[in-house]
Design a protein. Structure first.
Length: 321
């Protein structure tokens, strides 16, 4: 039941929250699908979770009944579950955006449209300390404030400060081919370098000024350094790719020892009026994803940090299925 329900909820994308006061359960984001929005909640059912952006109205209602107990109403059905308290951004992790602005203007992204200042290292350390020890991991992501190399060095300085918490640290930034070596030397446990699109053609149209070849080079090097099941790449589903193109991209990543994270499009940036993929398509691609992960011996359940460990925004084979 869960994969089908989650696919329909991911297509819906948002929920209106009713019932008892629930501020402690609301997560707010400076990057990712929720950037620039009014917050989101994580609804969990039988150990599985989904992230839903908050909206004034919509097809999904979550009634908070107090102390995290919640009733989800959707498509005429009711589901009793819980609201999970976020650590920072998501449950059980301190997932921190270092720089909430970007010199690049990827068409699907809202970060450059809603810029926020870079956080100081002291501020980030204090944020992590505020949720420690009620977290299992630290995850860092970032826009690009000045240039790619400067952003990487600042991220490394953040990592070095956060090593004192003795938790696995995952990093997702835009890389050059040597980035994985420097991140590994700094003490990073896992990396996520995002190819973003299923094809080179879509990437050139969606991410002007960025190099997909550099991302591929960094991903391949990272597998040798961090190992299978600890290197990830987001691919957005719903940017105009065919199912065959998505399957080919998933297989190429799996062949290289990289776990794909298939992210249903959250309309934003210049694509704010686009439609998210239908639930049936999310499920169909998930089945292909699951089959190819198994074929190449990859297991997202081994992930320690970031999106594969959270699962809120994506259908993750092995964790959701």
């Amino acid at each position: 039941m869960w994969p089908e329900l989650k696919a329909r909820l991911l297509h819906a994308g948002s929920a209106h929250l009713t019932g008892d006061e629930a501020e402690e359960y609301i997560a707010r984001s400076r990057a990712g699908p929720g950037a620039g929005g009014g917050g989101s909640v994580f609804f969990a059912l039988d150990g599985h979770r989904v992230r839903l952006a908050l909206a004034e109205t919509g097809r999904v209602e979550i009634m908070h009944m107090g102390h995290g107990q919640a009733l989800l109403r959707f498509e005429g059905e009711k589901y009793r579950g819980v609201l999970e308290k976020p650590g920072l951004h998501c449950p059980r992790q301190a997932y921190v955006t270092i720089t909430g602005s970007c010199i690049f203007q990827c068409r699907y992204c809202s970060v450059w449209k809603h810029p926020c200042p870079r956080r100081s290292i002291d501020e980030i350390e204090a944020m992590v300390a505020s949720v420690y020890p009620d977290i299992d991991a630290i995850s860092l992501t970032s826009g690009v404030l000045v240039d790619i190399r400067e952003e990487e060095q600042y991220t490394i300085d953040v990592v070095k400060r956060l090593l004192r918490f003795h938790l696995p640290i995952g990093v997702s930034i835009y890389p050059d081919p040597m980035t994985p070596y420097r991140l590994r030397d700094a003490g990073v446990a896992e990396v996520k370098f995002n190819l973003e699109t299923a094809t080179d053609r879509l990437f050139s149209g969606m991410c002007p000024g960025l190099s997909r070849e550099d991302i591929w080079s960094a991903l391949r090097a990272a597998v040798l350094l961090f190992g299978k099941n600890h290197v990830f790449s987001n691919i957005i589903l719903g940017l105009g790719e065919t199912d065959g193109e998505m399957a080919a991209c998933i297989e190429q990543l799996c062949q290289e020892g990289i776990i794909p994270v298939i992210r249903p499009l959250t309309p934003g940036g210049e694509l704010v009026h686009a439609s998210p993929p239908e639930a049936d398509r999310i499920l169909a691609i998930s089945l292909i994803h699951e089959s190819l992960l198994h074929k190449y011996g990859l297991d997202p359940r081994q992930a320690l940090t970031m999106c594969p460990a959270c699962t809120g925004c994506d259908l993750i084979p092995g964790r959701d299925t």
